[in-house]
Design a protein around this ligand. Structure first.
Ligand code: GLA
Length: 420
């Protein structure tokens, strides 16, 4: 008996030890093995969503060449829902979506695209529409019935709810509903989801909402603090690299490319940075009438290939000319405006499946700068000869040893592939 108890105790100790050292596994829905690509209504249209708008975006995704470039998900954000019926079923806005959600899903699917929708873990969504708290299983079944392929799940009006518990409930509800649905967690990094959510969601927001400007925390119109710019969000990704991988991604929020608040150079930088970060590439602009330079940015296949690389690694900032600031991955807690921005140059890099490296030279400053990526910094031996391809000029630049330098315009990037 004594031997049996000792053996039992030893096994329990081994099990406890293994559970501590085992890395958390990815969500087992087999989805988002590369970062999801698509479009979402919020950044450009806010609450002004309708069936006609969503259909025309699906049309635009095909006509603009975005579908061919890899974009798939057409996601309706907040404000499609108005109430619950007497059985507790969620009711879409019948004025704005007269044909119903199932028909809209069918329209999107007929284009070879996928259908995404939005809800919230609280009583209400951020725009005050009915949330899913207490209705998780019912809502998940309804989404499955409508043919939904992607759920963005927000965090407003959640009171004292525990994030891990709330997101796991919806994950389980989606699993029970039986339809493969990408699960996009939107709790703004508040409970550090990168530490626990790899087997809960396919992607998780790491910060507060992006605002369509280059850099700096700016006061909201209501006087509160603060909306955050693209580079502020970028800085908050430093240190999160190890948590991203196939099926589970850090989400620095959706793209603002084409929404008018930044220059073309700045949008090129924004897109390249999100691509190399292995961030979800969810466009947020009007796909019906894109300027050619915006379409060119969003459909650059060589840059998209870095994002969709099967290895699934998120880039690290391997060099910066700026002093560290004590970055904190929670834009919602920002407490002081920092208008005016910072200068500085940076080198970002990520390894790719074929043994080459993606390298991004970022010029945050107000004038042109020469930026160098050294082989040592990239983890290559100094004498190694590697060929370089410029992914915005679409040009092979030849063989280099020891380092690669380029002149980078103000608020812009040079992105190259370095192949030994
Ligand atoms: C939150 C989210 C946004 C958007 C809005 C909708 O702010 O972070 O991305 O979904 O809610 O109300």
């Amino acid at each position: 008996m004594k031997t049996f108890t000792a053996a039992l105790l030893t096994s329990l100790l081994i099990l406890a030890f293994l559970s501590l050292v085992q890395p958390s596994t990815a969500l087992d829905n087999g989805l988002a093995l590369t970062p999801p690509m698509g479009w979402n209504s919020w950044n450009k249209f806010g609450c002004n969503v309708s069936e006609d708008l969503i259909k025309s975006m699906a049309d635009g995704m095909v006509a603009s060449g975005m579908k061919d470039a890899g974009y798939q998900y057409v996601v309706i954000d907040d404000c499609w829902q108005v109430s619950r019926d007497q059985d507790g079923n969620i009711v879409p806005d019948a004025q704005r979506f007269p044909s119903g959600m199932k028909a809209l899903g069918e329209y999107i699917h007929a284009k070879g695209l996928k259908f995404g929708i939005y809800s919230d873990a609280g009583e209400k969504t951020c725009a005050g529409r009915p949330g899913s708290m207490g209705h998780e299983y019912q809502d998940a079944l309804m989404y499955a019935k409508w043919g939904v392929d992607y759920l963005k799940y927000d965090w407003c009006h959640t009171g004292k709810r525990n994030a891990e518990e709330a997101y796991s409930t919806m994950r389980d509800a989606l699993r029970t509903a039986g339809r493969p649905i990408v699960f996009s967690m939107c709790e703004w990094g508040t409970a550090k989801p990168w530490l626990w959510a790899a087997d809960t969601g396919n992607l998780w927001r790491t910060t507060g909402d992006i605002d369509d400007h280059w850099e700096g925390k700016q006061k909201f119109k209501n006087g509160g603090c603060c909306s955050i710019g693209m580079l502020d969000i970028l800085d908050l990704q430093v240190g999160l690299e190890s948590f991203a991988g196939p099926g589970h991604w850090n989400d620095p929020d959706m793209l603002e490319v084409g929404n008018g608040g930044m220059t073309t150079n700045e949008y090129r930088a924004h897109f390249s940075l999100w691509a190399i970060l292995a961030a979800p590439l969810i466009a947020g602009n009007d796909l019906r009438n894109m300027a050619p330079e915006i379409r060119e940015i969003l459909t650059n296949r060589e840059v998209i290939a870095l994002n969709q690389d099967a290895l699934g690694r998120q880039a690290s900032r391997i060099w910066t000319s700026r002093a560290p600031k004590g970055d904190k991955a929670d834009g919602k807690e920002a407490d002081a405006p920092t208008e005016g921005g910072s200068s500085g140059i940076e080198v970002w890099s990520k390894p790719l499946e074929d043994g080459s490296r993606a390298v991004l030279l970022l010029n945050r400053g107000a004038s042109e700068a020469e930026i160098t990526a050294s082989w040592i910094g990239l983890g290559y031996p100094e004498h190694l000869s590697a060929s370089i391809r410029d992914l915005w000029a679409h040009k092979d630049l030849g063989k280099f040893a020891g380092k690669f330098s380029a002149k980078v315009p103000s608020h812009d990037v040079v992105v190259v592939r370095v192949k030994p």
